[in-house]
Structure formats: C-alpha cells, structure tokens
Design a protein around this ligand. Sequence first.
Ligand code: NCD
Length: 323
Amino acid sequence: MKHLISLDDLDAADIAGLLSTADHMVEVLGRPQPKVPALRTKTVCSLFFEDSTRTRLSFETAAKRLSAETLTFTASSSSVNKGESLRDTVDTLAAMGVDVFVVRHKTAGLPLSITRWCDARVVNAGDGAHQHPTQGLLDAFTLSRALGRGNDLSGIRVAMVGDIRHSRVARSTVRALHVLGASVTLVAPASLLPAAFVGAPTVPAGWPVEVSHNLDDLIGDIDVLYLLRMQRERMDNAFISSPGEYSAHFGLTEARLARMKKGSVLMHPGPMNHGIEVAVDLDTLADPGVTNLITRQVTNGIAVRMSVLFTLLGAGSEAIDGQ
Ligand code: NCD
C-alpha cells in the first residue's frame, strides 16, 4: 500500500490488516506514556483546503503519537490567497521533505492527482463527495469492536440515513461495512440519493446496498442507526423542502428512538446538526438500551489513523512494541 485514496482500492485482507493494526494502536494509546518512536524520522503534512475540526486534529494527533514531525497547511492563511496554484503549493511543501500528505479538498480526485506530482505518500482525508477512507475504516473499527465481533460484521443490519448524495463518508463507510459482512440499507428521500439511483430499476453497480425511503419501516429491526449530516455546503440546489420536514421523516425523533432494538447502536461521523438529523437528547439513549458510539468514533479515529500512517510509511512492527 503506497497511498490511501479510496477504500475501493483495498481488499478485505487489507482492511482487516489495518483494523488489526489499529487494535495494537489502541493498546499504545492506553499506556501511561501513549507515544512510540515508530515514525521519528518522518514528516506528516496536513494539507486542508476545506474546514475541518476532527479529521485534521485526529491525523495530527496520530502522527504525534507515532513521533512524526507534523506540518499544518491551512489554505485560508497561505499563499493560495496570493494566487499560488495547487501544484506549486504541493511542490513547495514537498521540497521541505514531506513523507506523507494528508489531503482534504472539495474536488474529487485531487488527492490522486497529488500522488502523480511528487514522491510523497498521500492519504485522502476527504475529496468532494468521493471518498473519506479513514472515516470508513474508523466506523468499521468502532462498530466491530463495540459489538465484540473482531473483523466480522456478518448478520449486522445497518441503516445509513440522510444525505447520501453529497456524502463521501457514505461511499467509504458502506464499502468498509460491506467488506466486513454487514448489510447496509440507505434511507433517504430520492433527492438525497446519488444521481445514478434516480429512476434506476436496480441499485447501481458499486453500491452493495438496499434502498428505502421510509425509516419507520426498518427502525425497529436494525442493529445500527448511522445518521449523516445534510451537506448544505456541497448542495447547489434545494434538495429538501425544509429542515423540519426532513427531521420529521428521517430524523432520530423520540418516537423512533422508542422503537429501536435494545442493544442497537447510534453512529454519526460529525459534525452533527442537533434538531435536524438528531432530534433527541443524546443522554436519553440508554433508556431504550441504545448505545451512543459517536464519541467512540472520534476517539478511535486516532488509533485508526495511526494504523494508516504506520502501514504507509512502512516501519517495522517492532517499532511500536518498544516504549
Ligand atoms: C465528514 C466530512 O467532512 O466528510 N466529517 C468528518 O470528516 N467526520 C462529514 C460531514 O462533513 O458531514
């Protein structure tokens, strides 16, 4: 594995390997001194052209826990504002000796282009509505470990609800959960499904899912409710009539929470829109026996990104065993 651009590039063994290395990283993070020298000689540069809280900080924390040097590039305070091209920006940073670029950009395919521009490794941290591979991995990791299932999610029923059309998380997480054996149903109004679904007689190729337009039909049967945010910044049109109407049909309301199975779990990649997709007080989930995994997703993001950086930069496994 030289780069991590899309989970479609990884097979089941690659994904299982990354998740198993993440188990090792969880153990590292539980030590009194949660840091190993594995990437001491490496430089990780986060190259973010879009807003981010958790993903950027999670990657930077992961790099620091592996003792890498970190560089942070933020477009809003850079020479991009003086008209510098993306290619020149990458060349400039690469000339400083970057080993891996962690890239977020609104254009699908940009991280792949960067792999052709320089010798550094590239990790896609979200490109347009294409892919967000580390989110897919951390979701699969969080769910499988919370359910005590190792790398096997067979028999687990997941409803992924919301703005699938604009969601790179959906594309990556569906792939990761499917590879581990889970069954995923996309639940959304037709306007929030990818264009290829609209009017198609069958589910388009590349989407190992079922589709429903009615959350109430399945809320009582699922093991996992995975909610997505309305990606307004990626919308060029009115895709829903109103946030209130969306919430009434597709949000987690008190009535729907009451119907969820005991032992089922709630997931969300963040950032959350309280009152829209999440229309309940999250502190009340325990009453019907639903486990909130949202914070665990964030925490596990560090171990999973450590696993990705460590795997890409090819250090020997003995390096994470040493204190
Ligand atoms: C997601 C993203 O940016 O794609 N956030 C994240 O990385 N956790 C989802 C979103 O923006 O809604």
